[in-house]
Design a protein around this ligand. Structure first.
Ligand SMILES: C[S@@+](CC[C@H](N)C(=O)[O-])C[C@H]1O[C@@H](n2cnc3c(N)ncnc32)[C@H](O)[C@@H]1O
Length: 273
């Protein structure tokens, strides 16, 4: 029974992040998260010799950056439930000849990760997809040294990020709320400061701090109105056509001189075990 419960946790997201169409789309979107890496690493304050855990590491770019910061005497371990993204992450680390980085296929919410205990846990947009966030952060905390640091980036809310397609997509396929009645897991699930602080507190973290950041991103036409955004949602043709029409309208609001220009508002949350 325990095994079944573990396997079913986050099953929807496991399927989504292993869907080849979705993964192709994420790899295009990945570049748009580049401006977040610097502020995230600065907030994490990684010292030479430290062991770093990267949760929801995706293609591993932040894991690789963390491994460099930790130096030869330290290490970085990336955890993700997407096999194709982990393969890419491993290939990238091998190409750079980095010996102190490793990648583990696991559900960050419920499964143990080797390579710890860690002095630091980081994540760039990889912690908003848990269906039981308190359990997930409890699992992360259990892998940290006493006094260990947590630093992650998450998006501010839908109001601060009106360019996000998520609220449109959720009308076509409503998702179940997170355990405890929180917003459904997804990129905008952590936009509310009081909610995030409550989750971290319940999971046992202290000294939570919230630092707001923003940047402007210029992208190609079709980057918001991308049919792959609805791939795997299982919509009937008519519904799919309506959804794409709505995404086109959304994109038109941000189209300036042939580019899609969006102001992106995110938060770096830090805490301590
Ligand atoms: C928006 S992507 C960010 C990827 C990466 N951190 C980056 O910045 O390039 C979110 C990542 O979280 C991963 N993810 C979602 N739910 C997860 C879970 N329960 N455990 C581990 N990883 C998860 C996805 O597979 C995906 O790679």
């Amino acid at each position: 029974v325990h095994e079944e419960a573990r396997m079913s946790a986050n099953e929807g997201h496991r399927r989504l992040w292993n869907d080849p169409e979705w993964v192709k789309r994420w790899l295009e979107v990945e570049a748009s998260a580049a401006p977040v890496t610097g502020p995230l690493l600065e907030a994490a304050g990684i010292q030479a010799g430290e062991r770093v855990l990267d949760i929801g590491c995706g293609g591993g770019l932040t894991t690789i950056a963390a491994a460099r910061a930790a130096g030869a005497g330290g290490s970085a371990t990336g955890v993700d439930l997407s096999q194709p993204l982990l393969e890419l992450a491993r290939a990238r680390a091998a190409e750079e000849g980095l010996p102190n980085v490793s990648f583990v296929a696991a559900d960050g919410q419920s499964e143990p990760f080797p390579g710890g205990p860690f002095e630091v846990a980081i994540s760039r947009f990889g912690v908003m997809f848990f269906n039981d966030p308190v359990a997930a952060f409890g699992n992360i905390l259990a892998h940290l040294e006493p006094g260990g640091r947590l630093a992650f980036a998450c998006w501010q809310g839908a109001v601060q990020n009106p360019w996000f397609a998520q609220p449109i997509l959720e009308r076509y396929r409503p998702a179940a709320p997170a355990a405890g009645g929180g917003p459904p897991p997804g990129p905008l699930a952590f936009g509310n400061r009081a909610y995030v602080e409550a989750i971290l507190g319940e999971a046992g973290f202290d000294a939570t701090a919230w630092h707001e950041h923003a940047y402007t991103w210029r992208d190609r036409p079709g980057s918001i109105a991308d049919p792959r955004a609805i791939a795997g949602m299982g919509l009937e043709d008519e519904q799919a056509a309506k959804a794409i029409a709505e995404l086109r309208e959304l994109e038109a609001r941000f189209t300036v001189g042939g580019e899609v220009v969006t102001d992106r508002r995110y938060v770096i949350v830090t805490a301590r075990r």
